[in-house]
Every structure is written in structure tokens, then in C-alpha cells.
Design a binder for this molecule. Structure first.
Ligand code: CA
Length: 223
């Protein structure tokens, strides 16, 4: 399910927008102030963020700047009417699109879908970290130029981790992101797959440098 984070302090507007996204099959997360907006953007791993500019605790521009240091998540900014400078600044600091208030939630959802199509089409096809390389279109993993054999499931798990470098992903998040088609994997089977992936890509699987375990939380790819 595609998850959208809506950061908007006007509660009624937030719920209205939320209803439109949910009607269209999106999963939604709401934040009513800037601080929790940034925190949820980093922990909930949304597929898209709708970001108001004027927010209590931390404004949308600051959130956008901070978020861009760690994430490529598509961002749609919600700006005030007649504030061209605001829109330009937003786009310059990494927002992907904007709507101006007052906006139609139906249009916002349509823009969100268009943006997701665009950014998904551009998803990087070659992921690298040191001498580890993952060629997504060819489905080939190589280490130091030597092909490493991974099952499709392991490949998908590694791809998911590599697309979110230096972020802790819970087992549940890995499952959710890697297997959108609802493959029936159990949380703990993730551990078994990770062990096998480590055997293939880590020089010393007991002291992994690529895939680190984060006690009580999940896994983090260092890249
Ligand atoms: Ca606001």
C-alpha cells in the first residue's frame, strides 16, 4: 500500500485531505506540527509527503531541507496563494511539486499519483556501496566485479535496504517495501534471508560492514 504522510496543522483540512487519499486507496499518516512531521517522515518511511509551510514548532522549509539530507521521498509543498518566492524556494530546496491554498484535495491526489509515477520511473537502476553493486534491471549483484548469487527474495531484500542507506528498517518495513505484492513471508524469515545475504556479500559475516543489525529495531544498510 502506498503511504502518504500529511503534515498540516489545520486539523480539519488535514482530515479532509486524508479522506481523499484514503478513498483512493492510500494509507495515511498525519502530523499536526513540524517536529512530529519530520520525525514521522524519517520513521514511517512514507512513499510521499504532503508538507504545509506554515507549521508550529518547525516550518515546512526546515523540514524539507532536513529531510533531503537523508531521503529522496517525493515531497509536495502546500504554499500560500500569491507567494511565488515561497514556491521557488521550496522547489530549490528539494520539493518536487506544490499546490497553493486553497486547493482541491482531488487535484492534490491526482498530482501525488502523477509524481509517484514519475519518481518510480526514475528509481535508480544501479545501486552501489563500496565494491558492492546491485544492477536492478539485470537483477545482478556483484562484489568486486564478481557476480554474487542471490535468490530473487534475497535480491529484493538487499535492494530495499540499499534504497534506504543508513536508515534503520524494521523487519515489518522491509517486508512491506520489498514485497508490495503481498508475498507471504514471516518476520523471522527475514533474519534467515539476511544471514544468507551476509554470507554472500560480507567478508566476515559475523562482523558485517554492509548490513548491520540494530538491536530491537531491525537492520541498517551502511552506504
Ligand atoms: Ca499551516
Amino acid at each position: 500500500m502506498t503511504k502518504v504522510l500529511i503534515v498540516e496543522d489545520e486539523t480539519r483540512l488535514a482530515h479532509w485531505v486524508q479522506a481523499f487519499f484514503e478513498k483512493d486507496g492510500f494509507e495515511t499518516v498525519l502530523a499536526h506540527d513540524g517536529q512530529s512531521g519530520l520525525r514521522l517522515a524519517l520513521t514511517e518511511m512514507p512513499d510521499l509527503v504532503v508538507l504545509d509551510i506554515m507549521l508550529p514548532k518547525m516550518d515546512g522549509m526546515t523540514i524539507c531541507t532536513r529531510l533531503r539530507r537523508e531521503s529522496d521521498v517525493p515531497i509536495i509543498m502546500v504554499t500560500a496563494k500569491d507567494k511565488e518566492a515561497e514556491r521557488i524556494k521550496g522547489l530549490n530546496i528539494g520539493a518536487d511539486d506544490y499546490v497553493t491554498k486553497p486547493f482541491s484535495p482531488a487535484e492534490l491526489v491526482a498530482r501525488a499519483k502523477a509524481l509517484l509515477r514519475r519518481t518510480r520511473g526514475q528509481a535508480r537502476q544501479l545501486l552501489t556501496a563500496d565494491d558492492l553493486e546491485l544492477d536492478i534491471s539485470a537483477q545482478i549483484c556483484s562484489l568486486n566485479g564478481e557476480t554474487v548469487s542471490l535468490t530473487p527474495t534475497q535480491f529484493k531484500i538487499l535492494e530495499t535496504l540499499m534504497r534506504h542507506p543508513n536508515q534503520v528498517l524494521s523487519r515489518e518495513q522491509i517486508l512491506e517495501k520489498a514485497f508490495t505484492d503481498g508475498l507471504d513471508l514471516l518476520d523471522r524469515t527475514i533474519d534467515a534471508h539476511i544471514r544468507r545475504i551476509r554470507k554472500q556479500i560480507e567478508a566476515d559475516p559475523k562482523n558485517p560492514v554492509f548490513i548491520q543489525s540494530v538491536y530491537g529495531s531491525g537492520y541498517k544498510f551502511i552506504g
